[in-house]
Write a protein that binds this ligand. Structure first.
Ligand SMILES: C[S@@+](CC[C@H](N)C(=O)[O-])C[C@H]1O[C@@H](n2cnc3c(N)ncnc32)[C@H](O)[C@@H]1O
Length: 394
């Protein structure tokens, strides 16, 4: 495994490589703020997707961690099959959307163990991918701490969107992606004047435009992975899905929205903040996930075939713990930390564009969210559907 120097700034190296610079944000000095215009280009908004850095995501992502744990039998079985059925001397395992690497390490360690069971002397490479804004310093330190568990394995980081080809054609033995492909590649242009903060608050053509972006994203993700996979290689993908019977707005986003509206009503935050904030997540149904395998001619041509598909409504580990210990304050704090871990950078960018004291107002938002959960924990309970699929390039 490559030994990384802890103090190096991997985030800078990886950002420079892709030529992406930080978006310059404007903060107005007046109390009621400007309507964001040019800084609201879709690509800039979408570029703010990243998890909260410095280990915060790792410490506050128990629901995502549980998704990995539940999928371990499938990951191990699929890794073993891929290792048996690919011909190259080397094994390459890539995890797409790895965040700070802790949950990623859990699944790649399990995959490598299964590979070693059938190909003990194969040279193994692990590639951890995420967007260039990701905290790759954390990924590097996780890799460093993982040296013993994966002796004889070479580990690399890849920055860039997984909606592009990231690895050489035919090089990948096993590809994985957990809790990541529900993040959309971009925000549709038509959302410019919408007050919605997430897709499930959209209606009419706006909702349809977002659906189309998500549909294209999923096909695009699969097509690129199909290119990268070696013949016989496999893919395991888990994402946050949506049951047909679930008509509610995803509760974390509903909670942000409710707290924000209260702060707007109290004149703490200006109404424009709502326009500047959009969390580009699309929860797919199992049917939407399976469709490209049946209908996309590119996937048929590449030979990418679905081998497993399921959707499961899963218990939220934070809520289960609350039911056990019964401390509502502790539950509310843990739930809001979980939301901050995945949404704070996006919320922060919206506040920086529209309010005078973004840090203070953002803290007020998170405090209000905590209060709302404390008042009615049952109404904000996280309903989570895990959609899990596996595929093989035949
Ligand atoms: C909720 S985290 C999941 C992290 C980890 N896989 C886990 O299971 O805990 C989603 C990750 O996907 C990444 N992501 C979102 N869109 C992406 C894209 N287009 N390309 C690469 N990574 C992306 C985010 O930056 C984030 O780190």
């Amino acid at each position: 495994m490559t030994a990384y120097v802890q103090k190096n700034r991997f985030d800078r190296l990886l950002n420079n490589r892709t030529g992406v610079s930080t978006v310059k944000l404007t903060v107005s000095s007046t109390a009621s703020m400007m309507r964001p215009t040019s800084v609201m280009q879709d690509c800039e908004r979408a570029q703010r997707i990243s998890m909260k850095a410095d280990g915060y995501y790792a410490a506050n992502s128990q629901p995502q961690q549980s998704d990995v744990e539940r999928a371990l039998p499938l990951i191990c079985e699929t890794a073993e099959m891929a290792a048996r059925q690919t011909l190259s001397a080397n094994v390459l395992v890539a995890d797409f959307g790895c965040a700070d690497g802790r949950n990623s390490r859990r699944l790649t360690n399990a995959a490598i163990q299964s590979v070693r069971a059938v190909r003990p002397s194969a040279a193994c490479t692990i590639v951890r991918n995420d967007r260039c804004e990701n905290d790759f310093n954390q990924v590097a330190s996780v890799s460093q701490g993982n040296l013993e568990a994966t002796a004889g394995t070479f580990e690399f980081m890849s920055s860039g969107s997984f909606y592009k080809q990231l690895l050489p054609t035919g090089s990948m033995t096993l590809g994985t992606s957990f809790s990541a492909v529900h993040w959309m590649s971009r925000i549709p242009e038509t959302l410019e004047n919408s007050h919605a903060i997430c897709r499930e608050q959209l209606t009419g053509t706006e909702a349809e435009d977002a659906r189309q972006v998500a549909e294209g994203d999923w096909s695009c993700f699969l097509q690129h992975r199909a290119q990268e996979l070696a013949s016989g290689g496999c893919l395991v993908v888990s994402m946050v899905g949506k049951l047909a019977s679930d008509s509610q707005v995803h509760s974390p986003f509903r909670l942000i929205s409710e707290a924000l509206q209260q702060l707007i009503a109290e004149d703490v935050v200006c109404p424009e903040t709502q326009d500047a904030l959009f969390i580009p997540v699309y929860r797919r149904s199992l049917e939407e996930v399976v469709r490209p395998f049946e209908e996309d001619p590119c996937l048929k041509e590449c030979g990418l075939t679905l081998t497993y598909a399921s959707e499961t409504e899963v218990a939220c580990p934070l809520y289960s713990a609350f039911c056990e210990y019964g401390d509502v304050g502790r539950y509310a704090a843990a739930y809001v930390r979980f939301i901050r871990a995945l949404a704070e950078p996006i919320v922060k960018a919206a506040f920086q564009q529209t309010v005078d004291e973004p840090e203070r107002c953002m803290e007020m938002l998170f405090e209000r969210m905590e209060q709302l959960v404390q008042q009615a924990p049952e109404s904000w309970k996280l309903r989570r559907t895990q959609v899990l699929v596996a595929a093989q390039k035949v």
